[in-house]
Unconditional design. Structure first.
Length: 322
């Protein structure tokens, strides 16, 4: 009975990600192409940009690469396939870290330089902050009628637990090489000079975001972009009227737009998967929702933003965090 109980506990520890078991000792499974719909020799590749944008690897029971690693792998495979004539990005994310957002954008831009094929972004529940940043690599942005987008800007999260530690009698000590080495520490309040340094970093990353939007939305002036980029979110109809997206529609409309821009008649819509038994009956199959909890706070794994709460390290985020 005791061995059985240990076995059950071990199983649930694996499912919870507390213990990682690599069931595929030969490495990550190779990508396999799956047809979702359509026919013909030419293809439109559907790529998911969903969940929190992070460079962290998913270490659940089935080891999966990080989102940037997966995107690069998919684009490398697509680059070698001359029948891939267009790409649709199915975006469903509140954003994520500055670096992961920028890597995804960079990889898509690099792919476009190598393969002159149209990229269409189709935003689902949300494509905010880093999600919108990634969409700037596309040639056409279409949003679902109930989409939330925008939130253009940067946020840095950290904690100040000094009062709590004092109440329980804990006195943290840090030995540093310089007076700014421990700035942003969760164990003490931030002073004005430190806040100014962090603000300068935020402003520089914000300027980079604005530049990316200027390149992706040439119909908007830099002055107008700055007015729109005050961090607020937009519904699809407002985003369209302001020029932040091109159209409102569904994934089928994105497929038709991809065909139109690639000058295709018949075409298959395909996706890449690592599970040969996984089936895709239509463009909404295997659709991952954004990782947002019932009160709107992103449910992010401990390898990404919740590391702020555990280790206290400030994170620079292109992310909507209500």
């Amino acid at each position: 009975m005791g061995k059985r109980l240990i076995g059950v506990l071990f199983f649930f520890l694996i499912l919870g990600g507390c213990i990682h078991v690599d069931l595929f000792s030969g490495g990550e499974r190779a990508l396999q192409e799956t047809t979702i719909s359509g026919e013909g020799s030419e293809k439109i590749l559907l790529i998911d940009i969903s969940g929190t944008l992070t460079t962290s690897k998913d270490d659940g029971i089935f080891s999966e690469p990080s989102l940037p690693a997966r995107l690069k792998e998919e684009l490398t495979k697509a680059e070698k396939d001359d029948h891939i004539k267009a790409i649709i990005l199915r975006i469903n994310t509140p954003g994520g870290t500055v670096t992961s957002s920028d890597i995804l954008y960079h990889e898509l831009q690099t792919f476009k330089e190598k393969r002159n094929v149209p990229i269409i972004s189709s935003i689902m529940d949300m494509g905010t902050s880093g999600g919108y940043y990634v969409a700037m690599a596309s040639d056409y942005i279409l949003a679902h009628p109930s989409t939330i987008t925008g939130s253009i800007g940067v946020i840095m999260l950290t904690l100040n637990g000094q009062g709590l530690l004092e109440k329980i009698g804990i006195q943290p000590t840090a030995i540093v090489s310089g007076p700014k080495k421990a700035m942003g520490s969760p164990f003490r309040a931030m002073n004005d000079e430190e806040r100014a340094i962090f603000q300068d970093v935020i402003d520089r990353l914000y300027a980079r975001f604005l530049t990316v939007v200027e390149q992706g939305r040439p119909n908007l002036t830099p002055a107008r972009i700055r007015q729109l980029a005050d961090g607020r979110i937009y519904t699809a109809d407002v985003a369209k009227s302001e020029g932040l997206i091109d159209a409102i529609g569904y994934l089928d409309d994105a497929v038709e737009q991809a065909k139109k821009r690639a000058k295709l008649g018949d075409a298959q819509v395909v996706t890449y998967t690592r599970n040969s038994r996984e089936t895709h009956q239509n463009v909404y199959s295997h659709f991952d929702p954004p990782t947002v909890g019932p009160i709107g706070f992103p449910q992010i794994n401990t390898n990404s933003m919740l590391g702020v709460l555990q280790g206290g390290t400030p994170h620079m985020m292109y992310m909507w965090i209500p």
